[in-house]
Design a protein around this ligand. Structure first.
Ligand SMILES: *Cc1c(COP(=O)(O)O)cnc(C)c1O
Length: 405
């Protein structure tokens, strides 16, 4: 976790003054750098950004400017991605559901790929009035059934997870799809925060006999899940490169976190400090803004911003807590922080992925604003702070209760 701070303290202090807190701040140049890292390792691959990591339009546009496509799993994600101007041909639809609304929009817009997660999903696509979309090619998602005891991050790739099909079932379905003339290849997304590329060796071992039985396949979608920071892309590129070259496969990758995590931080203000057995720093941002610490026990570096940062570290244990009445409402546990007081600013770093995207209205907390900075220039507001009215805008008055959804 030795990543250099994204912005200097004077910049962050000025942003907090101008836009208020909590505030999401993204550095678009950091996204450029992340794309560069992946491109250098996989110059031939098609990158399809997993939109669930961060669906902000400015970010989608920046990625699109680099020729990065998208991986989407809901009609909302597909609509936002198209609205951001992405080329439908560069989009892959994934996920275990793929409801009618998503299928209809995909068919109308002409998406490039769909990753089929089950036989029933394939039947749904084919049974729609439009049938399987002309010009769209399919991946079949394989559940590699890797032992989570050996790879603790393989949460989506273990046999008992809901994702994909067991290898022999995937092969059976892929044969059907190939016979229908729509097969691109196979898809595996082994999990998230994978830091060991030997996980992918296991995946390729599972895939090798399947590709041998699918001579029509000319693509491989290896998903995303690359740990931030520090995934050894060169090691993976060498192993995957050998596999794809031998078989003449074009590679698709679906990085989410790897493209945006280091590009964003959450700026919060200290509201109260409570001394005791454990020091509690109550901030104006918490689990409704950044859920990962509460949901996964995820660690985000937190630092004090401004002159306060130069003070000596507080001696006892410190939790940085959120504003809501919920024990899990916390941004960090055992954080090393100086003596802070009300009004001081905190920067929660490496928060560009799965931040606002996983935020909620819990306890009627409204969503924070988002700003982007490009090449150290003037910050640009790309999402307004949510107004209180948003909390009840969709409520129907009792007198209007006859109005249907
Ligand atoms: C979530 C997801 C990704 C992206 O995962 P990251 O850990 O953010 O890289 C890619 N592909 C699929 C199918 C996913 O579900």
């Amino acid at each position: 976790m030795t990543h250099a701070p994204l912005f200097d303290d004077a910049t962050l202090t000025a942003l907090a003054e101008r836009f208020g807190t909590p505030l999401w701040v993204y550095d678009l140049t950091e996204i450029d750098a992340a794309v560069g890292t992946l491109r250098r390792a996989f110059p031939e691959a098609h990158l399809a950004y997993a939109v669930k990591a961060n669906a902000n339009r400015a970010i989608l546009r920046r990625l699109h400017a680099h020729g990065v496509g998208a991986e989407v799993i809901t009609v909302g994600e597909l609509a936002r991605t198209l609205r951001a101007g992405l080329d439908p041909a560069e989009i892959v639809i994934g996920g275990p559901a793929q409801d009618r609304a998503l299928r209809d929009l995909a068919r109308r817009s002409g998406v490039g790929r769909v990753s089929i997660d089950s036989a029933s999903q394939w039947r749904d696509w084919c049974a729609d009035p439009g049938g399987w979309p002309v010009g769209t090619r399919a991946f079949v998602r394989v559940n590699p059934g890797l032992d989570p005891a050996t790879h603790e991050h393989m949460a989506t790739g273990q046999a008992t997870s809901k994702f994909g099909l067991a290898p022999w079932e995937a092969l059976e379905l892929a044969r059907q799809v190939a016979d229908a003339g729509s097969l691109a290849g196979l898809h595996v997304h082994a999990g998230s925060q994978i830091d060991d590329p030997s996980v992918h060796d296991g995946v390729l071992e599972v895939l090798a006999p399947l590709y041998a039985a699918l001579p029509e396949a000319d693509e491989l979608d290896l998903g995303g899940g690359f740990a931030v920071p520090g995934f050894p892309y060169d090691v993976l590129a060498e192993r995957v490169g050998a596999f794809t070259q031998e078989r003449g496969l074009r590679l698709w990758l679906e990085p989410g976190r790897a493209l945006v995590a280091t590009a964003g931080l959450l700026l919060a203000r200290v509201l109260h400090v409570k001394e005791g057995v454990r020091r509690h720093v109550i901030a104006d941002a918490g689990m409704a803004d950044l859920l990962r610490p509460a949901l996964y026990g995820a660690h985000h570096p937190i630092r004090a911003v401004g002159a306060v940062a130069a003070r000596p570290a507080h001696a006892g244990p410190t939790d940085v807590d959120g504003p809501l009445c919920e024990n899990a409402d916390r941004l960090g546990r055992d954080v090393v922080l100086p003596e802070v007081s009300a009004g001081d600013l905190l920067a929660v770093e490496q928060a560009g992925a799965y931040g606002l995207a996983m935020g909620s209205h819990y306890a009627s907390h409204t969503r924070a604003a988002e700003v982007v900075v490009d090449h150290g220039g003037e910050a640009r507001l790309v999402r307004r702070r949510e107004a209180l009215e948003a909390l009840w805008a969709d409520e129907v008055d009792e007198v209007d209760a006859t109005v249907s959804a």
